[in-house]
Design a protein around this ligand. Sequence first.
Ligand code: MOS
Length: 706
Amino acid sequence: MTTPAAPPRTSATGTPHTRREGRAKVTGEARYAADIPFAELAHGWLVTSTVARGRIRSIDADAVLAMPGVLAVLHHGNALRLTPGAGVMGPDANLQLLQDDRVPHVGWPVALVVAETQEQAREGADALVITYDEEPHDTAFRADHPGLRPTTPSPLAMPDVDQGDPDAELAASAVVVDREYTTPEEFHNAMEPHAAMARWENGRLEVVDSNQGSYAVAQVLAKLFSLDADKVRVRSEHVGGGFGSKGLRLPHAVLAAMATTVLHRPVRVVLTRRQMFSLVGHRPATAQRVRLGADADGRLRVLEHETASATSTVHEYAEQSTRHSRILYAADAFRLRTRVVPLDVPTPSFMRAPGWTPGSFAVESAMDELAAEVGVDPIALRIRNEPEVGPVSGLPFSSRNLVGCLEEGARRFGWADRDPRPGVRRDGRWLLGTGVASSAHSAGVGASTAAITAEADGTFTVRVTAADIGTGARTALSQIAADALDVSPGSVRIRIADSDFGPAWLAGGSMGTASWAWAITEAAVALRKKLADVIDVPPEGITAGADTTELLGAREQRESHGYGAQFAEVAVDPLSGEVRVRRMLGIFAVGRVVNPLTARSQLVGGMTWGLSMALHEEGARDDVSGGLANGDLAGYHVAANADVPVIEADWVEDHDTYNPSGIKGLGEIGIVGGAAAIANAVWHATGVRHRHLPISLDRVLNGGRR
Ligand code: MOS
């Protein structure tokens, strides 16, 4: 008689799982960096500059030091000297806080008041008198600014592209679309403000932070404070949103570490919402010129894209908007330029789908304009220009299913009946229109380590310095580990966000899950080998680890991206200028989807942000003071529930083994193309083209002028 085989276990990945920490979060049991109590905790409050450019003349600390509870006033005259050159993605002078008297923008940290309570620290910070020698400043961004210059070459910079003969192709084109598009300063507003507690414990600097990558933050702090790498431990258990703002700029963590070193007691620093508008990066204003030359049937002969963005005088950040034009469409010639204008403004940084987001607004709007010019359906136009290989790189695609997204989206959205003429549909006072745009985002993988312990009780513990910034990373990783170990997710414990677990990629660049999954899968293979010869697991368990650095280095180069198609239907009231988005549909090709439940949340969240970008978000910089007139959530509008209609996100087949996990990442792609789909729908509704975001009521009333 043969033993019946065990029933096959259902794979954990690909099926919906509610997030593991969901109950803890909704009951308030989950504690964030600013919630965790520490004995002897002191509180730091940042003082930031009120002038846009100049030097600090005086700081009157004595009066503040005499106030109740105040323990210290740190400023450039007494602060610890930091080691220059630190940064996650290359040296970033924004980390060199309180090092000199120079003020580079409104909102730059000039002092930290530390006190027994947060209220006393705030009171002291409010009372601190600082005088400045002001210098004339310039905060007004424009593409024809005399300071416009090419970006400084670096591993991160997008090189300019000159391919084929753009001038000859333009001359030979039957149709040329040549337009300028602009996007304003935009700000990520993670619900949880940045916060860090720092203390010295057994000769190590310990930081409890809110970040997107605890290993990276630990390395930066070690470098800044000239410590051995193993003398810093950073943890970040729960994170209330990041979007690129948590991990590169860390004024809260740097100043908390500085203060605890001086005071010999734990110090916590929490940023205010207003401080987040100047200290943790933002999406810079962009001005983009797109020139498309095409044959009469819409086939592209030339794609030119010149993008300019604002940066600061502290550190160069260039918004890499030509990412989109490098990958979406075939053309005989390309001319791509990335330029920056240094101004006396805070340093921009990565913000959800950096480069792709503003770039897709310009290029996908221009494609819609071309479709109208040549009289070709916007979806057919895109499919007609589908490339065989990377249009600029010539590299093969790891996989690419943009056409599948456009076709499936068209079917589900009901595109076939669309009357292409603009401004001819009405619903009472509302003009109605529909629009489409392509979406894409790079699908990268970063080197990571992970370790798995087989415990004596038959369960497994995974350790990886992942970050769960609200995405459900813990849950997805438990599914991946369960499948790799061939056990149920319930027997897998996931421990993340502790730099002591070793190097791992950040929750950034839509690379987190793919990077960590690869390391976990390798560790599982190693562990199963070890366990094969084991009869009894000892009390301390059996552990195997993995490091994907070499595997990654051995890969051939590919163009690896996720793709998508965004559809929007809008109603426009030509009398009030109001634009209502009535529905949105996004169909994506993003490799293997680990957890459909949290994946859909990511995509819908991104699409909601696309709506917010299209209609609401705009930093209003007052060029007289150099500061933001609306640097808080009262003045900086983001889409609220009432603005957001039914948003549907789904995906099509995209089998890709370039990274063995098949995961492409989908944290950012949901925002890409959304604003263009809505702007294209507004054109279809009204016949007026909106090339300047946001499409506010006044812009609708004044015909889309800047
Ligand atoms: Mo993302 S902007 O890479 O956190």
